[in-house]
Design a protein around this ligand. Structure first.
Ligand code: ADE
Length: 380
């Protein structure tokens, strides 16, 4: 006969599992400080541990504490974030560091309400920081924990619906212990990340197996259920490469919107054609183009759409301006790169362009009526 799963039993099972299988030597678990925990939790939003580790270590080397981060230039922060995606996380982190040094004497609050007021910190991240950094009782409900609890309780309503989320918060709060809160919190994350995984979960080793409704009913792979998502729309953009010697013209993107605050190539909506590229260069830079070459195109996928990217290298009739407005435009030399944030697809284009061994290096000479290459694949 099954024993009932009381909150006390649940905690015991989870903590015993943590003692044997939990992760205890992740970089942010060593020399724990609120700053390091905060940084790791922000980086770990929507991103896996293995991806985060090198970014976390590099970031800490340059910005070991709140004050060094607060006094940094935004470009330096975005540079260290480049490739990790969701760049508003980096901008929020930077703004929050400045706010905390000015208004809170560089001290991190340990109360949930105050943590949630910090840009980029939602209820689950606030719970994680409170529990992991301050050992204060708090509940978390990130994607991993939602999956564990939805399976355990056989919750079939879509996980991304408000009422499901509310039900899961209630369950999570009911299980949250008063003691060993940091270990318990880490255990819940680790169980979801290493055992109760989205695909191919290893149920036979799960401490909750005996109590798991989804396991019992053979529907583990069906849960958590999701509201049907629409297929992503496809957009197209032309990225213009204007060269001066070895340097390429980059423009700083506005803070809001995709790649906010990062440096990108001048962009034209849609696929390239000579008329459009010519009109764009005239209008934006007062430059007449002689011709352009299409580099291999590729697809980059954002949360809400696919972007098919068509890089074009222009050759000019007119001479380049000596100076550019250095607030919003720079000549960037990939051979001697400055520490600024470049979105991953722009890094890909630079590599394609400068690395002769790059597999995408396939520059097509455009002749009248020639087609650009078709999108090849995803970058992430
Ligand atoms: N995901 C979010 N926070 C985490 C943490 N502290 N350890 C491992 N995975 C996590």
């Amino acid at each position: 006969m099954k024993t009932a799963l009381t909150p006390a039993r649940f905690r015991t099972l989870i903590l015993n599992w943590f003692d044997q299988h939990g992760r205890k030597l992740l970089p942010w678990q060593i020399n724990k400080t609120p700053y390091r925990v905060w940084l790791s939790e922000i980086m770990l939003q929507q991103t896996q541990v293995n991806t985060v580790i090198p970014y976390f270590l590099r970031f800490l080397q340059q910005f070991p504490d709140l004050r060094s981060l607060a006094s940094a230039h935004e470009d330096a922060v975005l540079h260290l974030w480049a490739g990790l995606g969701y760049y508003s996380r980096a901008r929020n982190l930077h703004r929050a560091a400045q706010w905390l040094t000015q208004h809170s004497a560089g001290e991190f609050p340990d109360e949930i309400d105050k943590l949630i007021a910090i840009p980029g910190i939602g209820p689950s991240t606030a719970g994680a920081i409170s529990a992991l950094a301050f050992n204060k009782r708090a509940t978390i409900l990130d994607g991993n924990v939602k999956r564990v609890l939805a399976r355990l309780h056989g919750i079939r309503t879509p996980i991304n619906e408000k009422k499901t989320e509310k039900a899961l918060w209630d369950i999570a709060e009911n299980y949250t212990p008063n003691k060993r809160i940091a270990d318990y919190t880490q255990a819940m994350m680790d169980l979801g990340a290493t055992c109760c995984t989205r695909a191919n979960p290893t149920c036979t080793t799960c401490p909750l197996k005996q109590h798991c409704v989804a396991y019992d009913l053979g529907i583990v792979n069906k849960l958590p259920a999701k509201k049907a998502t629409k297929t992503l729309p496809i957009k197209q953009a032309t990225f213009v490469i204007l060269k001066k010697g070895e340097a390429v013209l980059l423009q700083k993107r506005p803070s809001s919107g995709i790649w906010g605050g990062l440096w990108s190539l001048p962009e034209i909506v849609g696929k390239p054609n000579k008329k459009k590229v010519r009109a764009f260069c005239l209008d934006q830079f007062q430059l007449s183009i002689a011709d352009f070459k299409s580099l291999s195109s590729f697809r980059h996928t954002f949360t809400h759409y696919h972007l098919d990217i068509f890089p074009v290298l222009v050759t000019l009739q007119t001479k380049l301006p000596k100076k550019v407005d250095d607030q919003l435009q720079i000549w960037y030399n990939p051979e001697h790169p400055e520490p600024i944030g470049l979105p991953k697809p722009i890094q890909t284009i630079m590599r394609q362009f400068y690395d002769p061994a790059h597999p995408l290096r396939k520059i097509k000479q455009r002749s009248r009526g020639a087609r650009t290459t078709s999108p090849t694949g995803r970058t992430r």
